[in-house]
Design a protein around this ligand. Structure first.
Ligand SMILES: NC(=O)C1=CN([C@@H]2O[C@H](COP(=O)(O)OP(=O)(O)OC[C@H]3O[C@@H](n4cnc5c(N)ncnc54)[C@H](O)[C@@H]3O)[C@@H](O)[C@H]2O)C=CC1
Ligand SMILES: O=C([O-])CC(=O)C(=O)O
Length: 253
């Protein structure tokens, strides 16, 4: 049984709770909105933590952050130092070298692992060959319905083109995947962020070229029910990651 503490009781946490398989028990939940923690804990029979100290004191093996970049910056190190693995969805917190190195150092000190799930993307598994064999192009082209960014647009519109680190600074709730792709490949991704009133799904195109050859992967993600910016796949991907922690047969690089 894998025991989990959920940091953040919003949309992804709700999906994790609804779809969790039998080998995962959510033992404790924490949100800065106390009523969200109470509500989710009530549905799960978990401990509702009303502040971060309570969450630290609770008994679970893996912390899953589904909150915000700020939550990772504020609490990531303490969670790792306490001897838990940390699964981090707000990957934008790892875009800059200094905070990333602080978290990695904490994981190393504690002998634990900071895990970045595939989230809303497919293809991070073999994208990791970029750390072994040269890639000449790493591009993420993301297209979302305007409402996912709280915008109205009459036509397809390019919001941003440039480096992943700059894109996540400008759109911290929409392109965590760009930072995940950069970390996987070891090369900062170029990003195009579009809004398009003609699309219903959050669409991510991953384009990689290099010594291995070339690949284009397009993911057409259903948005999640309570947050159109976030794809359902991101929550399911965390459950797949957690399920593998105790698995004697692990598939995928
Ligand atoms: N890596 C990936 O592929 C993806 C990552 N994300 C990221 O995952 C995170 C969660 O997404 P959702 O569940 O859709 O968001 P949400 O907004 O529905 O829920 C986030 C919850 O966390 C709580 N929270 C935020 N900061 C907190 C803090 N410092 N301390 C305690 N509670 C805090 C909020 O009150 C809220 O209830 C976001 O940062 C989002 O950008 C979303 C989609 C894909
Ligand atoms: O859920 C998605 O499609 C991607 C997303 O919001 C993110 O990476 O922050």
């Amino acid at each position: 049984m894998i025991t989990v503490g959920l940091l953040g009781c919003g949309n992804i946490a709700g999906l994790i709770a609804a779809h969790r398989p039998g080998n995962i028990r959510i033992a404790a939940v924490y949100d800065r909105h106390v009523e969200r923690a109470d509500d989710l804990a009530g549905r799960l029979g978990a401990l509702a933590c009303h502040d971060f100290n309570e969450f630290m004191a609770a008994d679970y093996r893996v912390a899953v952050e589904a909150a915000s970049i700020g939550a990772v910056v504020d609490h990531g190190e303490a969670l790792l130092d306490s001897g838990r693995d940390l699964v981090c969805l707000s990957v934008g917190a790892l875009a800059d070298t200094a905070p990333r190195e602080r978290l990695v150092a904490a994981a190393r000190r504690a002998g634990r692992v900071l895990r970045v799930p595939s989230g809303a993307l497919f293809g991070l598994d073999n994208a990791k060959v970029g750390r072994i064999s040269r890639l000449t192009r790493v591009l993420l082209r993301t297209t979302k319905p305007p409402r996912a960014l709280g915008l109205e647009a009459g036509a397809r519109q390019l919001l941003f083109r440039g480096a992943a680190g700059e894109c996540i600074r400008r759109y911290p709730k929409n392109v965590n995947v760009a930072v995940a792709l950069s970390l996987a490949t070891g090369r900062e991704a170029e990003v195009e962020l579009w809004v398009d009133p003609a699309v219903e799904r959050n669409t991510h195109e991953v384009v990689l070229e290099g010594e291995f050859g070339a690949v284009v992967i397009t993911v057409h993600n259903l948005p999640s029910p309570d947050n159109p910016a976030t794809s359902r796949l991101a929550a399911l991907s965390v459950l797949a990651l957690l399920s593998d922690l105790d698995n004697p047969l692990v598939v995928g690089t």
